[in-house]
Design a protein around this ligand. Structure first.
Ligand SMILES: CSC[C@H]1O[C@H](OP(=O)(O)O)[C@H](O)[C@@H]1O
Length: 354
């Protein structure tokens, strides 16, 4: 990739740099994040977005949180500070499980460090927390590549794929989830077509996926969200691939609003519908989709396009950021471990246990 979605600069007193996705595609600008309130705002306003990217950013956020502590506060106080920051960041967006998954993982490792090193310095503790964040980042990069290699076999010469929102490098620390098989197929010289849903209201498809694929010289056909049915009816689509924000134990999947539309259309037209996601997006503690909290965002986002009003200011608007696709409409899931055909509670459990 010729851009970095996010990157930690320096050591324990370093800075988290984020590519400000609110300004793409017109402006490529890095945000310098030094505090928890700054990171909370960046996640809330989608300066950084996408389930894996949010998780990696939050993990680094705990490294930032400890920059307020010094040797005199002691390990227990430093841990309390870290927990407080984790609780605040967890409130930024409720649906993507990677956020709380990453925070809980760093918090757990922090406790193990203190139990194993009760006389360690706060500086050593801070080094360990930052190492955990780097590990989560590196693992995500590796998982993205593996998803690509596992999903590449689904992209054959002449494939015509619809993708929704952005589940590419901009949504992860690596080369993405849903877009990763496309990158691998492109690198292998496989000729395919990709239709990118603009993805209202925040246009992650038009602004981000189209930009990202264009950066990699992959031809893009941008479509409005209401065009998928006619393309499928005309026999022009061979598969749908999207990302995911949270996958329940039974395979019900929360993803960007509009994903369910595509899944139902694909089911009707007999077109494969694939979800690409790393293991960190599976939430086995949530038994089914109806238990997943769907983020409700500011209705003003629906009444505007790129901050320009498109409807009377006084009307109401409905703005759920995600919808739920029941597992029965999902042909297969692509993970870093392989492919889950006909995802359900048992096939998912067996797959994740590999
Ligand atoms: C690789 S997960 C990307 C996932 O996150 C997006 O949501 P948002 O842009 O609101 O963070 C969308 O649901 C993507 O599929």
């Amino acid at each position: 990739m010729n851009f970095k979605t996010l990157e930690w600069q320096g050591g324990i007193d370093g800075t988290l740099e984020l590519l400000d996705q609110r300004k793409l595609p017109a402006v490529t600008e890095m945000l310098q994040i030094k505090t928890i309130p700054q990171l909370y705002e960046a996640i809330k306003t989608l300066a950084v977005r996408g389930a894996p990217a949010i998780g990696v950013a939050a993990a680094y956020g705990l490294g930032l949180a400890l920059q307020d502590t010094d040797q005199s506060v002691g390990l227990r106080a430093a841990l309390a500070h870290l927990d407080s920051a984790a609780a605040e960041l967890a409130r930024s967006r409720p649906t993507a499980v990677n956020l709380t998954w990453a925070l809980k993982r760093v918090q757990k490792c922090a406790r193990v460090f203190i139990e194993d090193n009760p006389s360690a310095s706060v500086t050593d503790f801070r080094e360990d927390v930052l190492d955990q964040a780097h590990t989560i980042c590196r693992e995500d990069q590796k998982m993205c590549r593996e998803i690509g290699l596992n999903g590449q076999k689904l992209i054959t010469p002449g494939s015509a794929i619809i993708t929704h929102c952005n589940a590419g490098a901009l949504a992860t620390a690596g080369q993405g989830t849903a877009l990763s098989p496309l990158y691998e197929a492109h690198a292998a010289g496989t000729p395919f077509t990709v239709y990118v849903d603009e993805t209202r209201p925040l246009l992650q498809g038009a602004r981000l996926t189209a930009w990202e694929l264009n950066q990699q010289n992959i031809p893009v056909t941008l479509i409005c969200d209401n065009m998928a049915a006619s393309l499928m009816a005309e026999g022009k689509i061979t598969a749908v691939i999207t990302g995911a924000d949270r996958i329940a134990a039974n395979g019900d999947t929360a993803n960007k609003i509009g994903t369910l539309n595509l899944a139902l259309l694909a089911y009707h037209f007999g077109i494969p519908f694939y979800i690409a996601a790393p293991s960190s997006t599976f939430d086995i503690d949530t038994p089914m989709g109806e238990k997943i909290v769907i983020e409700q965002r500011d209705p003003a986002e629906v009444k505007c396009i790129l901050d320009r009003a498109v409807s009377p200011a006084t009307i109401c608007a409905y703005n759920p950021a995600f919808d739920l696709t029941p597992a029965k409409y999902i042909t297969a899931m692509i993970t870093e471990k392989g492919i889950i055909e006909k995802p359900n509670k048992s096939t998912i459990a067996e797959h994740l246990a590999q």
